[in-house]
Design a protein around this ligand. Structure first.
Ligand code: GLN
Length: 494
């Protein structure tokens, strides 16, 4: 039998129902894997007692065969940006030292209500700001991927670095992530797994530590497309506690995976042939086009003329919102407190000590672009460009059903060889941020490898609330790419 940690979420679900193993066994095997792979630093907080208790409750239901919930007894991990009641939540920042939320995020509550089992809280870039997981106050996450005959350690991508590493190595069946500018899709591509960013408003943001509220969206990280469909169905839905969550029904995404894309119109945006796009990724893109053509899709070149402004626009709007959201960490209400002689000094010392370099940089950029003298020149202008970027997509989706692009301009980089200047680091997001600015859904599918054997991903974008459609196209790509089968042969992962 396949090892329990190698099963997909859906396979594990079916195995539990058929009583091939118990929820306790499934959970214990994952807890053991978590221990064996601690050197990856994927988890910030492990919750074995909670996990075993939840698994026992599921086993009781399974034994009686009563009211089985959709994720009954399935062990998963949660990005440590989601508040979990009475369980330490850090956002990978020192400033939240000792913080235990008094409430549960809606997305995680949905998962527990569906019977999922909490294994622990996963490492990330501090406040989800980064593309490498190198900015975490709890240290970097090491990717499970290696190059044969090469000792270097690679980044898993970010900011959901712990979430992708855990799925890739098998220390969780699936995990949650958040995506403000690419933090689900980019690390999924770097780590050879599936990552889905839903439409803005599809999942509730209630109880997720805010980074840039008009861009943040929760989504699943999984071993395959079917698992993403299952997870999203549970995570998504209207929530009166989040004013931006949208009240439209959540379809049964798994049932909608037909694999039929005959006559589907696929747009190829010429502006995504950005400078610095690795030739191997260009080839993969052409390969992806062939795969979809072979499955009966029609390919069309399209134009998204404002693409080149997306990254600068994002790096004005995201820090602006972040600087405002992070004003609440003042040393008074929660987390770290560094005493000073006056109240002002307490604020200053706490924030100086509690925030890392990247977070401080974003707060400074954000307050600058929002300041009276520069608001119109930067913030307001960026808002206007954001609208144009959204309109580009609206126009494109009048002609095509989905858009196919690579997920990232390069493969993962080695720890220690990361770009040293922030702007080059920001280039990682050049292909993912437009979807956040437009609020549309996107999915990254592991599709191929570099010559050295590191994973590469393809991205599918769709119109708002068409998650079922991009999942279905992803399903077709997954079958054509045979990534998992090739990965097993390459055996580059630990
Ligand atoms: N890498 C991007 C940033 O640093 C996106 C992060 C995210 O999506 N949370 O802002």
């Amino acid at each position: 039998m396949t090892k329990l940690t190698e099963l997909t979420l859906c396979e594990a679900r079916d195995g539990l129902v058929k009583k091939q193993f118990s929820a306790k066994e499934l959970t214990q095997t994952h807890l053991q894997k978590m221990e064996e792979t601690r050197s990856l630093n994927a988890y910030i907080t492990e919750t074995p007692e909670v996990a075993l208790k939840m698994a026992a409750a599921s086993d009781e239901k399974l034994a009686k065969n009563e009211e089985l919930r959709p994720l009954e007894g399935l062990p998963i991990g949660i990005k440590d940006l989601f508040c979990t009641k009475n369980i330490r939540t850090t956002a990978a920042s020192k400033i939240l030292d000792g913080y235990k939320p008094l409430y549960e995020s809606t997305v995680t509550q949905n998962l527990w209500d569906a019977g999922a089992v909490l294994l622990g809280k996963l490492n990330l870039d501090e406040f989800a700001m980064g593309s490498s997981n190198l900015t975490s106050a709890y240290g970097p996450v090491v990717s499970p991927w290696k190059i044969k005959g090469d000792n270097r350690q690679f980044v898993p991508g970010g900011s959901s670095g712990g979430s992708v590493a855990a799925v890739a190595v098998g220390s969780a069946l699936a995990t949650t992530g958040t995506d403000t500018g690419g933090s689900i899709r980019q690390p999924a591509a770097f780590s050879g797994i599936v990552g889905l960013k839903p439409t803005y408003g599809r999942c509730s943001r209630y109880g997720i530590v805010a980074f840039a509220s008009s861009l943040d969206q929760a989504g699943p990280l999984t071993k395959d497309v079917r698992d993403a469909a299952l997870m999203l169905k549970i995570m998504a839905g209207y929530d009166p506690k989040d004013a931006t969550s949208v009240n439209i029904p959540v379809p049964d995404y798994e049932k909608m995976l037909s694999g039929n894309i005959k006559n589907l119109k696929v747009g190829i945006p010429k502006e995504y042939r950005v400078e610095g796009l690795n030739p191997e990724i260009e080839n993969l893109w052409s390969q992806g086009i062939e795969w979809l053509k072979n499955a009966g899709a029609e390919i069309q070149e399209i134009s998204l003329p404002h693409t080149k402004y997306a990254l600068p626009t994002y790096y004005i709007l995201a820090p602006a919102e972040a600087s405002s959201n992070l004003a609440r960490y003042d040393g008074v209400r929660f987390g770290l407190r560094t005493s000073g002689k006056t109240l002002d000094e307490l604020y200053e010392l706490t924030r100086a000590e509690g925030f890392g370099r990247e977070v401080k940089r974003r707060i400074m950029i954000g307050t600058y672009v929002l300041s009276a003298g520069y608001y119109d020149a930067y913030y307001l202008k960026a808002q206007k460009i954001r609208r144009l970027i959204r309109q580009d997509f609206e126009e494109a989706f009048k002609k095509v059903d989905v858009i196919l692009t690579p997920t990232t301009p390069t493969a993962a980089f080695a720890i220690g060889e990361e770009p040293k200047d922030p702007v080059t680091m920001y280039m990682n997001d050049v292909l993912t941020v437009p979807a956040n600015l437009a609020g549309i859904p996107g999915i990254s599918i592991p599709a191929s490898f570099t010559e050295e054997g590191l994973p590469l991903g393809l991205q599918i974008l769709g119109p708002t609330f068409e998650e079922a459609r991009i999942l279905n196209v992803g399903y077709v790509l997954e079958q054509a790419a045979q990534f998992k089968e090739k990965a097993l042969k390459l055996r580059t992962s630990i």
